[in-house]
Write a protein that binds this ligand. Sequence first.
Ligand SMILES: CC(C)(COP(=O)(O)OP(=O)(O)OC[C@H]1O[C@@H](n2cnc3c(N)ncnc32)[C@H](O)[C@@H]1OP(=O)(O)O)[C@@H](O)C(=O)NCCC(=O)NCCS
Length: 168
Amino acid sequence: MSARFVIEPLAKAHKRADFTCGNERIDRYFRETVSHDVKRKYATCFVAREIATDRVAGFDTLSSSNVPLTDVPESLAKKLPRYPTVPTVRIGWLGRHSDYAEQGLGEALLFDAVKTVATAPIGAHAIFADAIDDQAAAFYAAFGFTPLVRRPRTLYLPVATALRLLSP
Ligand SMILES: CC(C)(COP(=O)(O)OP(=O)(O)OC[C@H]1O[C@@H](n2cnc3c(N)ncnc32)[C@H](O)[C@@H]1OP(=O)(O)O)[C@@H](O)C(=O)NCCC(=O)NCCS
């Protein structure tokens, strides 16, 4: 992604009414619900804005969460403390406007989310996402995310690994 876009926290000035990423559930969430979740601190929302036009080109949301240790694949779980859950951050929703397809925006949003989690003053060992469909799961898998045990659409990546894989 170039300096054409800036990624910033959701604000009133962001126009969401015509946002369309190709998935109706994600579009409806972003247009109608996200600000309520942000207000109640159920999520933070970050928006990719095209600087020249002020258009919203994409967004993602982050929420604190945890994953049962038994759901983490053995190869990743074996060196972790034996606490019942792993502290994580969940990418609740992620979408980019169809007008900006295949320009690296999805990757830029993902990298920004990882950077946010890695630099937050709160412990989070991993980041994970519930993919909305198989294509979304393939998107996360392309960046090294691994499906959780018995949860093929929930994809998980340790933050330290993410920082290595997603360096710009
Ligand atoms: C998934 C989505 C965010 C990808 O956004 P995008 O801006 O088109 O993707 P990018 O241009 O950043 O792609 C970056 C890389 O990921 C790859 N990629 C993109 N979508 C992919 C997919 N569905 N499966 C596998 N790889 C994918 C690209 O090929 C590219 O790889 P390259 O750099 O080697 O060419 C976008 O298609 C979208 O908003 N889809 C609808 C909503 C959705 O599925 N959200 C996912 C969370 S539930």
